[in-house]
Ligand binder design. Structure first.
Ligand SMILES: NC(=O)c1ccc[n+]([C@@H]2O[C@H](COP(=O)([O-])OP(=O)(O)OC[C@H]3O[C@@H](n4cnc5c(N)ncnc54)[C@H](OP(=O)(O)O)[C@@H]3O)[C@@H](O)[C@H]2O)c1
Length: 217
């Protein structure tokens, strides 16, 4: 599949790009083409050093979206709607995956959902109905995802109202390596998934551990 990672120059974008590039064509999107190309070059360098497939490309968010079958919206919550609106003319019937967690951070983190109930429902409410929104990747810590030596061994919960789109994204989760996709239901459940992230960050801070994720047993 051709996958555009909007804001793929950032933290979660890096790990997703490195790992998904082994089975998919990854296009890093950025507000600036040069920044995306530089990130893509750096990611390819890391992959080449490890003898892994290294054909990630970089361009603007708009051009990345144009060329892709599926779009991952890897930006902070406050930039999500403007970023999507900037590419809305070329979104067509594509799947939009949101790893987004609306949260505030002081000493500890708190989940701060919008009035729609979750970032996913907010995104869905401003998109045309043919755009299928899928929730995934919220509980994957970026530094561990970007560390290709980390075996992960986590679960990732995927929520969507469109069952076909959900199945596609559950497949992507499996393509990350030793990560099990779990069907978390529809978009109505997105707030449950999004709210796990501040809990995981707080647990890591309070217990002085490396970044934590989840595995359901
Ligand atoms: N970090 C994690 O461990 C983690 C884990 C799970 C989920 N998430 C979620 O994933 C999303 C991305 O997190 P992140 O930590 O990767 O974010 P980040 O590194 O802070 O930012 C990602 C990208 O957002 C773009 N950006 C910055 N300011 C912007 C603006 N004003 N308008 C539009 N784009 C802007 C930048 O790309 P350009 O400058 O190249 O445009 C940047 O590289 C968040 O919603 C977060 O909740 C993160």
């Amino acid at each position: 599949m051709k996958i555009a990672i909007l804001g793929g120059t950032g933290d979660i974008g890096e790990g997703l790009a490195l790992r998904l590039a082994q089975k998919h064509q990854i296009i890093i999107g950025s507000r600036e083409a040069e920044k995306a190309q530089e990130a893509a070059n750096n990611y390819n360098k890391l992959l080449k050093e490890k003898g892994m497939k290294d054909d990630i490309r970089g361009t603007t968010n708009l051009d990345a979206t144009k060329s892709a079958d599926l779009v991952i919206l890897a930006v902070k919550y406050q930039f999500a709607i403007p970023t999507l609106q900037a590419v809305s003319d070329v979104l067509d019937g594509k799947i939009v995956v949101t790893p987004i967690v609306p949260m505030s951070k002081q000493k500890l983190c708190a989940y701060t959902p919008p009035e729609q109930g979750s970032a996913a429902k907010h995104i869905c409410s401003v998109m045309p109905p043919e755009i299928r929104t899928v929730v995934a990747f919220q509980t994957l810590p970026a530094p561990r995802l970007a560390d290709l030596g980390d075996p992960l061994g986590f679960d990732v919960i995927v929520c969507a109202d469109d069952e076909d789109a959900k199945r596609v994204v559950m497949g992507l989760v499996s393509d990350l390596g030793d990560v099990r996709p779990l069907d978390g239901g529809g978009l109505e459940e997105a707030e449950l998934v999004e709210s796990l992230t501040p809990l995981l960050i707080n647990l890591a801070i309070k217990n002085k551990t490396k970044p934590l994720s989840v595995k359901f047993v």
